[in-house]
Design a binder for this molecule. Structure first.
Ligand code: 5CA
Length: 445
């Protein structure tokens, strides 16, 4: 993408309405625009990151054997009357009446609808286990939408639902989701710690939230600092293996880590002093096991191998896809702007031409551009007629992890400059070596 032809409305001024750094930076970097309280347009740069995050979520869900589908944003109220949640959900639910005076709602979550799909088609235990998920816009009429995409009213969520014959199988689905979520967040350059939480309006007893530690987080959390040393890394996990998934779940959840809703002072005090932490965190996901809470009232049953009709055991599992942009920025920025982890960056590399119009510099940039495209990496090329300082400031603000600077002086010596946004360290390299270096980094992700 050539910046001269792109739509990147960066702001010079710091917007006064934004209270936290991720919101400020998303507005300044021209990623989002507020259209109403808690409702945003995703401008091209923000949209690219949203799609990168969505892609990682899809890949990791499907790696775990979960099947994508797409349900609508608008739902008939009658489904929610069946589960009893139409009245329970309260003012957070946006209720709509259509021209035929039918009650509708903008879905805050999809337990009822997925249960309806399941009961319409699946009749036998032989079709289990089954996990269906989608990534779709949700609406919750939050009383205090704030912090940009962090607490929106309209927000993008991955929600998945498992259907199993027994509680044991459903707990495997729970553990499998926990493992797949850990991998998902690590690919985004994030550490998200599973913490025992409260299930709220979704219901059930077993639930973990995934928290990214950040001072601006809305949740109060308590944990043993040893949990922050655990990483999933590149372990090979067999998602069908109950034992393997349970072992990972136990490894990540045995140490004390809880949100304030389930905090237990006595257990917390038992942690050695030097490891006892209380902090704030951003909730980027939550998994639930709730047994037959929806399948029973809604008649989602299968015939088991004894010929008996039994309600299926279910859980639901959510990732805050749009909130993740805020969480990643909170965890990865400096005073100049965003620092995208390679896994989610809107463009893998930026090219800055220090002397636009200089035949040699222009040609070198065009060659770099083509070389990156040939490797499947689309650069953002700042080909505007601007001062170098302004170009650097824009690149730093939008946070591409790698920048190649091209100028007549370097070209005389046959080199360009490759700079890491994270460390600020620059290296002079021949252009083809710089391309190889960057390509290698992305190939190894
Ligand atoms: N049905 C279940 C699991 S699919 C569910 O809705 N879970 S949830 O309520 O915990 O939401 C899942 C994730 O969506 C949360 O962990 C959070 O990351 C994100 N989320 C929830 N509310 C908002 C909001 N108002 N703005 C942005 N993201 C949100």
């Amino acid at each position: 993408m050539r910046l001269s032809r792109y739509f990147l409305p960066v702001l010079k001024e710091t917007p006064s309405e934004a209270q936290i750094v991720s919101h400020r930076l998303m507005l300044r970097a021209g990623m989002i625009r507020q259209q109403a309280a808690g409702i945003y347009s995703w401008l091209p740069l923000g949209f690219r990151v949203l799609k990168r995050i969505e892609q990682i979520v899809h890949e990791e869900q499907q790696r775990a054997g979960h099947i994508p589908l797409l349900m609508p944003t608008l739902q008939p109220a009658d489904l929610w009357r069946e589960s009893g949640r139409y009245d329970d959900y309260g003012e957070e639910m946006l209720r709509i009446t259509d021209r035929h005076k039918r009650d509708m709602l903008y879905g805050p979550t999809n337990e009822e609808m997925i249960t309806d799909i399941f009961r319409s088609y699946v009749k036998s235990y032989k079709d289990l286990p089954l996990t269906l998920y989608h990534i779709q816009w949700k609406f919750r009429d939050e009383i205090r939408p704030r912090f940009g995409v962090m607490r929106g009213r309209e927000f993008y969520m991955k929600d998945g639902y498992n259907f199993d014959l027994t509680k044991e199988d459903a707990l495997h689905a729970y553990n499998r989701h926990l493992v797949s979520y850990l991998r998902t967040y690590e690919r985004m350059g994030l550490q998200a710690i599973p913490m025992r939480a409260d299930s709220g309006p979704i219901g059930g007893d077993d639930t973990h939230e995934f928290l990214v530690l950040a001072d601006t987080g809305e949740s109060e959390v308590f944990y043993d600092s040893k949990v922050t040393d655990i990483r999933l890394g590149n372990r090979e996990i067999d998602y069908d293996s109950h034992d393997q998934c349970r072992e990972v779940m136990e490894e990540f959840t045995s140490l004390y880590a809880r949100t304030d809703e389930t905090h237990d002072e006595a257990a917390f005090d038992a942690i050695p002093d030097e490891r006892r932490r209380s902090a704030r965190g951003i909730e980027v996901g939550q998994i639930f096991y709730f047994g037959t809470k929806y399948s029973e009232p809604m008649g989602a049953t299968v015939v088991n191998d004894q010929g008996e009709r039994v309600p299926v055991h279910m859980g639901s599992h959510g990732i805050g896809v749009s909130r993740l942009l805020g969480a990643i920025i909170e965890a990865s920025h400096d005073d100049k702007g965003i620092i995208w982890p390679e896994g989610v960056t809107p463009f893998p590399v930026g090219i800055v031409n220090l002397k636009q119009g200089d035949a040699e510099a222009d040609a070198a940039c065009e060659n770099l551009y083509k070389a990156f495209m040939a490797k499947g990496l689309e650069p953002l090329y700042d080909d505007r007629n601007e001062r170098a300082g302004g170009k650097f400031a824009t690149m730093d603000l939008i946070g591409l992890p790698w920048r190649i600077t091209v100028g007549p002086r370097g070209l005389k010596n046959g080199v360009v400059e490759l700079t890491s946004r994270r460390t600020g360290v620059s290296e002079e390299l021949a252009p083809d070596v710089a391309v190889e270096r960057v390509a290698e980094i992305y190939a190894n992700l």
